[in-house]
Design a protein around this ligand. Sequence first.
Ligand SMILES: Cc1cc2nc3c(=O)[nH]c(=O)nc-3n(C[C@H](O)[C@H](O)[C@H](O)COP(=O)(O)OP(=O)(O)OC[C@H]3O[C@@H](n4cnc5c(N)ncnc54)[C@H](O)[C@@H]3O)c2cc1C
Length: 376
Amino acid sequence: MTKTIGIIGGGIVGSTAAYYLTKNNKNVTVFDDGVGQATSASAGIISPWLSQRRNKEWYFLAKEGAKFYSQLIDDLSQTNETKDVYQKTGTLLYKKNETLLAKLNKLAEDRKVEAPEIGDITVLSKSDIIKLFPEITLEDSALFITGGAKIDGAKLVQMLLNETKKASGTIIKTKITEISYQNEQWHLKEAENTHIFDHLILAGGAWVGDLLRPLDLDVDIRPQKGQLIEIEVPFSTNELPVVMPVGETDIIPFDQGKILIGATHENEQGFDLTPDNSLLQGLKQDATNLLSSIEEASITNTRVGTRAYTSDFSPFFGEVADLPQFLVASGLGSSGLTTGAIIGKTLADWTLEKETNFESYRHLPNQYICSKKSDD
Ligand SMILES: Cc1cc2nc3c(=O)[nH]c(=O)nc-3n(C[C@H](O)[C@H](O)[C@H](O)COP(=O)(O)OP(=O)(O)OC[C@H]3O[C@@H](n4cnc5c(N)ncnc54)[C@H](O)[C@@H]3O)c2cc1C
């Protein structure tokens, strides 16, 4: 008999896993609450190569994650128009001074050896920058890499879930309140019903602890609130690159005059999803320093989502001791859209009993999810 697979979470991890499992004719049901989902709130920047993080495992994952998007978008393009979802229009990166910019240029050249996806690398003067992004008013030079991309996270997960449905998967918009393993099957409780599966994939982002702690497990995950704003501008934004100025406020132009500006990183707000007007105005002010013409533009939308962090800022995905037929992923942090699709694909491959490039991650969740009893 065909094994059944339940997936909790319809963000980038859960929806990518569901897409590839149903593509392999597996019997999949996705449960997604969706409130506060990080993927749908995200800024959408896929450009990990010049991160200053020293964690080599993270860099490998992020580099592979960015590369994997070409395959995912190719796969989706067989049956969908993906232009609104993913665009490779490059990234423009600023530094505080010319010396730091030269260092960044060197890092880019070094990393390109193992990551040709980074594309062409050029230091652009102010006059070159204006040819690329005419509205930029900052005088400084910047580094431009052509491989940088942007993703509309909400549209991407919707497309993945639509494809899952077309391939006979089931999507249920609900919150699972309790999970338990009985008679070699996973029992998932929601308001009205209990659903039973042979395998469970828990891709619940910042909320994984809610379901695991009642199983007597300690879970090293904390929430971080992220907010960003959308503005509409009177100039064409279709082909503009993502801009990463000094500081945390990035500028992500999407189609038809829409620009996203963000995001905040708030560690003390728990799962709060209330927009904070003063922080949102601050984001706009930061962006105005770079694009003075947006000063009069009004904020047309705000987004608030909850990122998941571990105490050492590393994501985890794989198996947990004593939880059979179970895979989990969480802790993807602020680069989780970049890493989330390859993580979802890896969870699908493991469920299909295929080997992956991430075997060293397989038991990593045990560092973040431990039995409370072992402390006694
Ligand atoms: C404002 C903001 C900007 C960001 N910008 C970027 C960026 O530019 N680039 C980048 O790479 N990353 C970015 N990120 C990070 C990235 O969005 C996340 O790390 C990533 O999307 C996490 O994916 P996920 O699938 O693990 O979790 P989520 O996308 O959070 O999905 C988890 C889903 O599980 C559901 N769920 C949880 N528990 C249950 C339950 N019990 N029952 C049913 N459903 C449940 C939730 O409702 C949610 O829908 C950003 C994040 C934020 C918040």
